[in-house]
Write a new protein. Sequence first.
Length: 521
Amino acid sequence: MAKCKVCGYRLGEGVTKCPMCGAIAGSTVAGEISPELNLPKYFCPSCNSQILGEHRYCPSCGVDLKEAAKNAETQKQETAEEKKCVKCGAVLTPNAKFCPECGAKQEVIPVQQASKEPITSKNLKTESKKEQKHCPLTTTSGFVNGKPETPMEAFEYEIEDGKYVLTKLKDEYRDLTEIVVPKIFSVIGNHKVLNEDYDPTEDDEEDKFIVEGSFENCANVKTIIIHNAISEIRGRAFANCENLKNINIPSSIRIIPCACFLNCKKIEEINIPNLITEIEMMAFMNCESLKKFIIPDTVLAIGQEAFSGCVDLQEIILPQSITRLSWGIFEFCVELQEVIIPNSVTEIDCRAFHDCEMLETIIISDSVEKIHNSAFWGCASLETFHIPSSVSILESSVFYECYYLSNIVIPNSVNKIGRFVFSKCESIESIIIPESVNEIGESAFDSCKNLRSVTILNQDCAMTDFPFTNCINLQELKIGNKTYDSKQIKKMQSKYKRNVFIENLKENIQSWSEDLRGASK
């Protein structure tokens, strides 16, 4: 009598599909195995590998399993209940999915399994402790990239629309350093845990639980191997795996979800498949050892703070497919030295490069139309920046504390300079503000200590305060056709250091002139 090559079940003549595991006759690949199936499970007496189904010899070491299988079958029969085919009435094995006589699909009725000590990490004893952690026993003979699958007993899971969703690595398996995701899983999901800070008197019911990723907080794991049949990875899947160093993203994945690798501090390199379309917010936040990252042109969007806190990131290659650099996308990437912004980008969001202290070169095209608040705040090493001719507003603090920025040209497209835009840009020596600018915000050039000459071509330009407070070396200020010397400037710095809004310089020009004349006496 032929036997199924997957689970070892004895097949009748003419049977085309195994009634136990659903495998096609002759195939070595299981069908959709129900978690309620009561297949014999026992251990090889020689190598201690766990066996699923009937096998004459151990798949791992080849020892004869006749007695071990007989004991497991006896134990199984003691607890099994008789079941008949829903169509022809033939007697079936417990929880058979198909009738071996007529082939009819059966409704699975759970049967209480034989009592047995649950498998824990303490049961997984091998000759060395290191082997125990790297090569846990598996309930199948499946391999992924040459590695045996981690046993199903290690995971909590759910079934959604016929797909097996891995929701959690069980607590007793969290000492493992290597995990091989079994092929039966289609989704790496997440689970809910009780929110310790939940207060029923103040918080909403929806705040009672928080979501954790499948492998979140697995502090010992160093390697995770994922097969290419995984179609989805959900948020926070590997968050806070502080020692995770090696992981592959399957080519079947399309989205890298929110906080997927948050605080994975040991990952140095990770390859992104060419079919990825989106990297969600905080996906690689605080990956402190990540040095280089290449984003394929299939990616259409990158979320907020996706690479924030990657303090060792030295090279990033952005795709020509994105249109926006999101909020804080490279914030605190202190080792990043050069960035080429693709021609497809039209908007640079707030704090995009905040505190990128070593960033020296930014290549940017005229396709960029908006540069938002604090986009380059704290880029202390930046010396030159080309403001695109398509930008109309320089929002507040865009270049705040860019200490070495010295070469800056404001294009005629700009009509507003926000508050603190060039504050503490200590290397700027001169600046020409074009006639198109009709508003300069509070302290726009505050503490530009080496600023010596300023020309404002529009004498009707409105200002908040005196924009050049604490510019201790400012010698000459030209506004329209009027020029003011250092004494007059110091007078204005003293008077307008408070938050006094001058709605229109033209309406206040007489007051300015009187003050400046007084300063010259």
